[in-house]
Design a protein around this ligand. Structure first.
Ligand code: HEC
Ligand code: HEC
Length: 265
């Protein structure tokens, strides 16, 4: 799947002198575990990221009226209906309304490639598989690269590949005063999701971001990527910081506007 593949020019960047060989080897290892293979897709490696980005605003663990596709058992039990909605309906030979449904730009962003991956997953027995091994020390540049792929498969469906978001629906991450003002708060948003009013760069949003089943490394990687892209502040987020944030209460009562002015205002 493309989002997990390193582009040739990215590969070239890693060959730049100055990067320790050991670092390169760790990276190759990590890439090998997530790179496209001709093996059948698995839930934890290929399917759950698609559901997180494209379906989870409605199908999540908090929702009580629709199935939670972030749970393997639920997705497995309903796999044929999932296949029909995102493949057969789309191809025009299934009578029920196709997913993506109206009013959800993120599920409409489902690509042909993603539909094919879901179809192949169901056809090949819908195995759970194992999440890509993702532990051990990572340098900041490794975090950025791993985070770039997570961003592409999960966050970009809503916040857009450019990080600009969508007016009134998804707030921008690009140059976001809200994001750059408080790193710990940003970590908690990925852990718990976020509902309610938020003002980002002067624009008001009031929507729902679901919580994602991502581990400490993943959250550290994706946020380090975001902080080092789109004109943001360049901060690094470590798995230790995510771990600490997990033990703290969710910022339910925190003001939805930055408490202090950031360097970006
Ligand atoms: C904007 C909210 C929303 C999004 C996003 C969304 N769905 Fe749904 N989905 C619903 C609602 C509401 C229903 C129940 C109504 C229906 O069956 O059409 C539903 C029903 C379904 C069903 C039928 C379940 C059953 O067995 O009855 C499937 C399958 C499904 N969704 C798959 C998906 C997939 C896959 C995605 C992501 C590509 C997705 N949906 C994205 C709201 C959403
Ligand atoms: C299903 C759509 C969706 C996905 C996927 C999603 N978000 Fe969000 N995100 C939102 C919405 C909607 C809000 C605003 C929530 C509110 O109104 O309180 C938000 C708010 C935020 C905020 C705080 C506001 C800002 O713009 O600075 C951050 C930071 C953020 N998201 C980061 C991420 C990251 C990183 C990912 C990927 C791991 C991600 N989001 C995935 C929908 C999404």
């Amino acid at each position: 799947m493309n989002t997990f593949a390193l582009k040739p020019q990215r590969k070239a960047r890693f060959i730049l002198p100055g990067i320790l060989i050991i670092t390169g080897m760790m990276l190759v290892n990590a890439v090998a575990q997530t790179a496209p293979t001709n093996q059948a897709p698995t839930y934890l490696r290929d399917i759950q990221p698609i559901f997180m980005g494209n379906c989870s605003s409605c199908h999540n663990q908090q929702s009580r009226f629709v199935y939670n596709w972030l749970d393997y058992k639920t997705a497995y039990s309903d796999r044929w209906e999932i296949r029909r909605r995102i493949w057969d309906s789309w191809k025009g030979d299934y009578y029920k309304e196709a997913m993506p449904i109206a009013n959800s730009p993120e599920s409409q962003a489902l690509t042909k490639e993603q539909r094919t991956i879901v179809r192949d997953w169901v056809d090949s027995g819908a195995v759970c598989g194992v999440a890509p091994a993702n532990d051990g020390f990572k340098t900041k540049s490794e975090r950025i690269e791993l985070g770039r792929r997570l961003f592409g498969s999960i966050c970009a469906a809503c916040h857009q590949p450019s990080g600009q978001g969508r007016p009134n629906v998804f707030p921008p991450l690009a140059g976001s005063d809200f994001l750059n003002a408080d790193k710990n708060r940003a970590i908690k948003i990925i852990i718990h999701g976020r509902q309610g009013e938020v003002i980002v760069n002067g624009a008001k949003f009031n929507q729902n971001m679901p919580a994602f089943p991502l581990n400490d490394q993943d959250i550290a990687n994706v946020l380090t990527f975001v902080y080092n892209s789109f004109g943001n502040s360049g901060l690094e987020v470590t798995p230790e910081e995510v771990k600490t944030a997990r033990s703290q209460p969710q910022d339910l009562s925190a003001p939805a506007v930055p408490a202090a002015k950031s360097a970006f205002e």
